[in-house]
Design a protein around this ligand. Structure first.
Ligand code: KG4
Length: 344
């Protein structure tokens, strides 16, 4: 594939409850539109059927807006990249169907993108030409989101290996489920982050997993949190209200500790000092501070993405599509989405 010509990629993301479209010219982001779905708030979590319906309503306006904001013409788009999984199947189907129709109508290549690979490659999105700092290969990426907690060894743009992952819940799930038992709305992660700032991280101690190797587990922490609340509420029904900030700070502290123990081990075992973080939970201010602290302790070079690239967005799908375009890695029109699919 010639690299003399600018390559313009339209990216489509619809794996969960955000409908997003983005345009990238080479590595430079021209637009990145995201339509969230407030419809789920009342249910304390994402309702798959409602998410698919909202994607259907949002997809065309969001793509239209992304193309207009990018200041390009339809003819300028060289390929359309879409999230093929993992995610909610009904949600993925909306983006997949749209991308296929777009590829067929414009007679341009269709590119399948793994959502997790997208989160990692978000580090390579340039927001302006002059100022961009990106990880050097090989690097380790701690990918922490609502559905995943993984340590990924990234050898090249499209050469990634999961060297550690959760055997049960994800870190984001631990934040969200513990928030729910405290009566906080979904998603609980950002609220715990906010409340934790006022609390004492050592006020309560929770069990930490003893899992061998680089894998994670968060289900024991969730149970330990639940039992503490059950026992304390039996003594004082106002326990949660009286201790909310301390509960949030202690829970967040424990989640961060669990994440860091394995990340340190991975850095030690691989000898890699280029460390990146990605996914929704990487927006957490406590985790960011702890990672910077670890970086100065161990001489890591730390890469933390801008907030807008931590949660689901189509710019990360478009940038992954760009690297796949360079390799001529195109999908056929019978491509189907997958609810579960690993990076490799
Ligand atoms: O990457 P993401 O947008 O969606 C998935 O692909 O899963 O991640 C969403 C997750 C949710 O669990 C949410 O609670 C968590 O990221 N999250 C946070 C914060 N912001 C989002 N967790 C902790 N602290 C935050 N500031």
């Amino acid at each position: 594939m010639s690299r003399n010509k600018d390559i313009v990629i339209l990216g489509i993301e619809s794996s969960c409850d955000d409908t997003s479209a983005a345009v990238i010219k080479n590595q430079l982001m021209l637009s990145n539109e995201v339509a969230g779905q407030s419809v789920h708030r009342a249910f304390g979590g994402v309702v798959p059927e409602l998410a698919s319906r909202a994607h259907q309503q949002n997809i065309i306006p969001v793509v239209d807006q992304a193309i207009k904001k990018a200041g390009i013409l339809l003819e300028d788009i060289d390929a359309v990249a879409f999230t093929c999984g993992p995610g909610l199947l009904g949600s993925l189907l909306v983006g997949t169907s749209f991308a296929k129709a777009f590829s067929l109508a414009r007679n341009i290549p269709l590119i399948e993108v793994n959502h997790l690979q997208g989160h990692v490659l978000a580090h390579f999105i340039h927001e302006n030409i002059l100022d961009h700092k990106e990880p050097v290969f090989p690097f380790l990426c701690l990918l922490v989101s609502g559905g995943n907690s993984q340590i990924i060894l990234v050898r090249d743009y499209l050469d990634m290996e999961v060297i550690g992952q959760t055997i049960d819940d994800a870190a984001g799930e631990a934040f969200d489920k513990c928030a729910k038992v405290m009566g906080l709305p979904y998603p609980g992660g950002p609220l715990i982050d906010k409340l934790a700032k006022e609390g004492n991280p050592k006020a309560f101690t929770f069990s930490k997993p003893r899992i061998p190797g680089l894998d994670y587990s968060f289900s024991g922490l969730k149970t330990s949190f639940l039992y503490l609340l059950r026992d304390e509420i039996a003594k004082n029904p106002d326990f949660i209200d009286l201790n909310k900030a301390d509960l949030c700070a202690s829970l967040q502290y424990t989640i961060i500790e669990i994440l860091l123990i394995k990340l340190r081990l991975a850095a030690e075992q691989t000898g890699i000092k280029e460390i990146a973080v990605a996914g929704g939970v990487s927006a957490n201010s406590g985790l960011r501070a702890a990672l910077h602290h670890e970086a100065s302790r161990f001489g890591w070079r730390m890469y933390v993405p801008p907030f807008k690239f931590t949660t689901d967005n189509a710019a990360m799908i478009a940038i992954t599509g760009y690297y796949k375009y360079l390799k001529g890695d195109f999908a056929s029109l019978d491509a189907v989405p997958y609810s579960r699919v690993s990076i490799k």
